[in-house]
Ligand binder design. Structure first.
Ligand code: IVH
Length: 674
C-alpha cells in the first residue's frame, strides 16, 4: 500500500470536512459544488483501490448499510425536556420576575435569545470525537435510534474538530429549510405522490425513513442549542460560550442567537425576529430565551417538564378567514350528536383546515354560526383548529339559525337533549350504525377486549357491509368474510381470527369496560367487578336491587342509573348470552384491593395534561389501586404536574415529593397495566 495514498486520503477527508463545515455551519462556502464533487470522486476512487483505508468517519461512509425494518429504542440518559410557552409580553415578564426572585437578584438578568425552530429535537452522541449515536426525542425519556439517518445529513460532522471531550451529547433541532421543502413537494407533485403539509412534517418524515438513502436525498439541516451528557470537558460559565464551543467543534449552531439584557432585551429581540421571520430560510414558531449564566441555570433547575431557566415565546396563533359550507352532525359511541363545520379549505398555522368541531349545540347557538357565514379560524402549532367567531357584517341575506336535528343523521332515531345538559344524543342505541361502529371499536380497544388488528377501517367495513351489528357478531366472523375486506389478505385475516380467539379469555373488569356502559370507565368497571365478584351478581343487582349498585365505592347515583338501565335492556342481556355462547369467559373476580400495584399510594394531580383529561388520569390511577387526593401532604407518593401547574407543585417541591410529568405518568401506568 502506498504511503502516498494514505496521506492523500487523509488530506481529502480533512478538506471535505472543512467544506462541509463552511457550507453547513458557517453558511459560507468556499468552492463551487462541482469542485466539491470532484474531491468526493477522487476520495471514492482512492478508497476503492485501498479498501483497508476506509474508516467510518470518512465522508464516503455517510450513507452506509442497508435499510432496516424498524428503529431501536434509545433511553436518554439525561431526559430531553420541553419548554414552557408564553404567548404575551406579560407572561414573559412574569417568567423573568420569577427567575430573578428565585435567584434573589435585582440586576436585570442576561439571556441568550434564539429562534424557536420548527422541526424535531434530536440528540447526537460523540464519543472521543466520533459520531456514535443519534436519537429522536420521543417522549423525552426514550426515543428512536436514527443514527444511520443522521449520518446522512451533511450538516453533522462525523468527527468533531479540534480537541473533543471524551463524551459529548449535542442536542438540537433537525428541520427542513423552506427551499428544500418546496423542492421536495414539487418533485412529489410531479410524480403524483402525496405532498407534505409543512416543513416540520417533511423533516420528521425524512428523518424517520428506514432507508437512509432517502434521508440523504432530502435537504435536512440541524442547529444545535444545548447539551445532554458530557464528560471530559469543563462547562463554561455562559450559554453563549457553550454554543461557541459547539461551533468550534464543527457543529452547526443557529447564527441568529443573541445575548440580550433583561426582559426588555428579550421583548425587543422577539419583535425583531417577528419582522425578520418571513425572510428567514426556515420556519420558526417563536423565540426561546435562556438564562445566560449556567450557574444560574443550575440554581433555577427544572419544573416537571421544562427548565425554569428557559422559555419559549410563541408568535401569535395565525388567524384566517374562510366560509362555512355546511354544518354537519356526527354521532359518537354514546350517541352524542356533535356539530362540525365544513369549511372552504384554508391554510392556517401550517396545515390546511377544512373541518372544525363546534363541540355541542350550545356552542353553535352561542357563536351563532350559520351556513354561508364568513368566519375566523385560528390555529397555533400543534393545537386543534378552532372557529373563533362569525363576521356578522358579511353574513349573506336569508340565512337561518342552525337547529338541532330532531332525528339522528345516521339512523333517524329521535335526538334528545336533556334539560341542563350540553350534549344531545341519538336514542337509537345499538340500532344506530354510527353508535354501533363506535361501540365495536371500543369493545375491541386495548384496555377492553384488546383485539389486535381490529382497527377503525376494518370495523367501519364490517359495520357498513352489515357483517357485524353487535360485538357478539365479531366471534362469528369466518376467514373468508374477513379476507374479502379491503386491504385484508388471507394472512391478516388469519391473524385477526387468532386475536379474536385470544380475546375470548378475558377478565371481568375488561368485559365490563368493553360493554361500553355510559360513564363506566376502566376504574368504575374495576370497582364494580371487585364489589360484585361476578357478572351474574351484578346483573341480578341491577335488575332487582339497583340501590346496591350505589353502594359500590366511587359509584354515584348517575353511574348507578346508567348501569341499571344498561342491564335492564333486553338487547344487552342477549348480548351477554351470545358472548358466553361464543366462548367468551372470565373468571370470577377475586383480587383484593391489596393485590393492586399502586394500592396504598396517594397521587395528586395539578395542571392540564395534553393527552388525557384529569378524569382519565384519575381513573387510570385508581384502576391500579392508587388514591387520588386533592392536596399535597407528606404522605403523597407522587405529584403529577401538567401544563400550568398550580401551587400544589410548589408545595410538592417544598416537601421533596417526586414529580411526574405526563410522559412519566404514562410510563408508570404502562408499566403496571395488566
Ligand atoms: S431548548 C431544556 N432551544 O422546542 C431545553 N428548544 O418546546 C429544551 N426547539 O423539544 C429545548 N428551537 O424541539 C430549545 N432554540 C431552541 C429550540 C428548541 C426549537 C424545540 C425543541 C424542544 C421544543 C420545546
Amino acid at each position: 500500500m502506498s504511503a502516498g495514498a494514505r496521506a492523500r486520503i487523509a488530506a481529502l477527508r480533512a478538506e471535505i470536512a472543512r467544506h462541509d463545515y463552511r457550507y453547513y455551519v458557517l453558511d459560507d462556502p468556499e468552492i463551487p459544488d462541482a469542485e466539491y464533487d470532484e474531491l468526493m470522486r477522487e476520495l471514492r476512487e482512492l478508497e476503492a483501490a485501498h479498501p483497508q483505508l476506509v474508516t467510518p468517519d470518512s465522508p464516503t461512509q455517510r450513507v452506509a448499510g442497508t435499510p432496516s425494518d424498524s428503529f431501536e429504542e434509545v433511553v436518554h440518559e439525561v431526559p430531553m425536556l420541553s419548554l414552557d410557552n408564553a404567548f404575551s409580553d406579560e407572561e414573559v415578564r412574569a417568567f423573568d420576575r420569577r427567575a430573578a426572585e428565585r435567584l434573589g437578584t435585582d440586576e436585570p438578568l442576561e439571556y441568550l435569545a434564539e429562534p424557536k425552530l420548527d422541526g424535531l429535537a434530536v440528540t447526537v452522541i460523540y464519543r472521543d470525537g466520533l459520531l456514535e449515536r443519534a436519537a429522536t426525542r420521543g417522549d423525552g425519556f426514550k426515543g428512536e435510534d436514527v443514527t444511520a439517518n443522521v449520518r446522512a445529513i451533511r450538516a453533522f460532522p462525523l468527527r468533531l474538530q479540534g480537541k473533543a471531550p471524551a463524551l459529548l451529547e449535542a442536542r438540537g433541532e433537525v428541520f427542513m429549510p423552506l427551499k428544500g421543502f418546496e423542492r421536495l413537494n414539487r418533485a412529489a407533485e410531479a410524480r403524483g405522490e402525496k405532498t407534505f403539509v409543512n416543513p416540520r412534517n417533511a423533516a420528521a418524515g425524512s428523518l424517520r425513513q428506514l432507508d437512509p438513502r432517502i434521508t440523504a436525498a432530502r435537504a435536512l439541516q440541524m442547529y444545535c442549542y444545548g447539551l445532554g451528557s458530557v464528560s471530559g470537558w469543563e462547562l463554561p460559565e455562559r450559554q453563549s460560550e457553550l454554543l461557541e464551543a459547539l461551533r468550534r467543534w464543527g457543529l452547526p449552531v443557529c447564527p441568529e442567537g443573541r445575548r440580550v439584557q433583561g426582559v426588555e432585551g428579550c421583548l425587543e429581540y422577539f419583535r425583531q425576529m417577528g419582522e425578520r421571520r418571513a425572510a428567514l430560510a426556515y420556519q420558526i414558531d417563536g423565540v426561546v430565551y435562556k438564562v445566560e449564566r449556567l450557574g444560574y441555570q443550575n440554581r433555577l433547575g427544572f419544573l416537571a417538564r421544562a427548565p425554569r431557566w428557559a422559555l419559549a415565546h410563541k408568535f401569535p396563533a395565525e388567524e384566517v378567514m374562510t366560509r362555512v359550507r355546511a354544518i354537519e352532525w356526527q354521532v359518537g359511541r354514546t350517541g352524542a350528536v356533535t356539530p362540525v363545520a365544513r369549511l372552504e379549505p384554508v391554510f392556517v398555522g401550517g396545515v390546511t383546515v377544512s373541518n372544525v368541531t363546534l363541540h355541542n349545540f350550545d356552542e353553535v347557538q352561542r357563536k351563532d354560526v350559520r351556513i354561508g357565514d364568513t368566519v375566523i379560524v385560528r390555529r397555533a402549532g400543534d393545537v386543534i383548529p378552532e372557529l373563533v367567531r362569525v363576521i356578522e357584517t358579511r353574513r349573506p341575506a336569508h340565512t337561518e339559525a342552525v337547529a338541532l336535528p330532531r332525528h339522528c343523521p345516521v339512523c333517524h332515531s329521535e335526538v334528545l337533549k336533556p334539560e341542563g345538559e350540553a350534549v344531545a344524543r341519538c336514542t337509537g342505541g345499538f340500532s344506530c350504525p354510527a353508535q354501533r361502529q363506535e361501540a365495536i371499536r371500543h369493545f375491541a380497544s386495548r384496555l377492553a377486549m384488546d383485539i389486535e388488528g381490529l382497527g377503525d377501517k376494518v370495523v367501519a367495513q364490517l359495520v357498513e357491509r352489515g357483517l357485524v351489528r353487535s360485538p357478539a357478531d365479531l366471534y362469528e366472523l369466518g376467514a373468508e368474510a374477513l379476507a374479502a375486506l379491503d386491504r385484508m389478505g388471507e394472512k391478516s385475516a388469519a391473524n385477526l381470527l387468532a386475536a379474536l380467539e385470544r380475546s375470548k379469555q378475558t377478565t371481568l373488569p375488561r368485559l365490563l369496560y368493553a360493554l361500553g356502559i355510559r360513564e363506566v370507565g376502566e376504574a368504575t368497571a374495576l370497582a364494580l367487578a371487585r364489589h360484585f365478584g361476578d357478572l351474574d351478581a351484578l346483573v341480578e343487582a341491577a335488575h332487582s336491587h339497583p340501590e346496591r349498585i350505589e353502594q359500590v365505592p366511587d359509584v354515584g347515583p348517575v353511574v348507578a342509573a346508567h348501569v341499571h338501565a344498561f342491564f335492564a335492556a333486553e338487547e344487552h342481556r342477549a348480548l351477554i348470552g351470545r358472548l358466553r355462547d361464543a366462548g367468551v369467559t372470565w373468571a370470577p373476580f377475586t383480587a383484593r384491593a391489596a393485590d393492586l400495584p399502586l394500592t396504598g399510594q396517594t397521587f395528586v394531580l395539578t395542571g392540564t395534561l395534553a393527552g388525557m383529561t384529569r378524569e382519565q388520569a384519575q381513573e387510570a390511577l385508581t384502576a391500579l389501586g392508587a388514591k387520588v387526593s386533592g392536596s399535597v401532604s407528606k404522605k403523597t407518593r407522587y405529584v403529577v404536574a401538567g401544563e400550568a401547574p398550580g401551587t400544589k407543585l410548589a408545595k410538592a417541591q417544598a416537601l421533596n415529593i417526586p414529580i411526574l410529568d405526563e410522559a412519566g405518568l404514562r410510563r408508570l401506568l404502562e408499566a403496571h397495566r395488566r
